[in-house]
Design a protein around this ligand. Sequence first.
Ligand SMILES: [Cu+2]
Length: 221
Amino acid sequence: MNAYHAKRVAQGSALVPILLAALALPASAQQAATRPSTVRYVAQLSALNSAAAGGSATGEATFTITGDSLTITVTASGLPKDITHWQHFHGFPEGQPAACPNASSDVNHDGIIDIVETEPAAGTTMVPLTDNPAGMDVAHGIYPKASATGTLQYTQTVSLAELQAAFGKAFPGKSLDLDRRVVFLHGVPSTTVLPATVASLGPIPAAVTLPIACGRIALAE
Ligand SMILES: [Cu+2]
């Protein structure tokens, strides 16, 4: 061993007491350091288009992130019963905060806030809350169905990294930014008589996209 190596060994051994001190931390402190913390976002859903929907929808959506796990829940009541309800979060890819539409959003004064009229306040459809949100398939995803009493329960857990990657593909370079988005529930029975002025998206019937509840997503306290 030459003099250089001897010096290196001496420096290395000086680290040993520091490592031992770290191991001596209380077990609870070690767990706190390794356990991923949980971040939770909540949206309180309020009714839109109650007259057309035949009732007043209310509910809550939650987004709970622990490590790479994102669990999304939607609990709602007062919905048109026995039909599937499309649900998504909407927002602005460019990043400005989305808001729920209000009475002034009905720019053509037909008494209905249609999906197109929500866009100035709420932006565009982003992530479908389906059985596979990261699939980003708005038109063909499997959405929840309301019960015979008009309640809806939805829970889905996804990989946050997978959803972020899919989002970044659909909206190049953009992040989920949940606290800048709004959640929409959509859908009235196909037999609902709507004014011809009610707009929809492409070939999708207006009854499917009609907004019936909205809530802004905020970081939970
Ligand atoms: Cu939507």
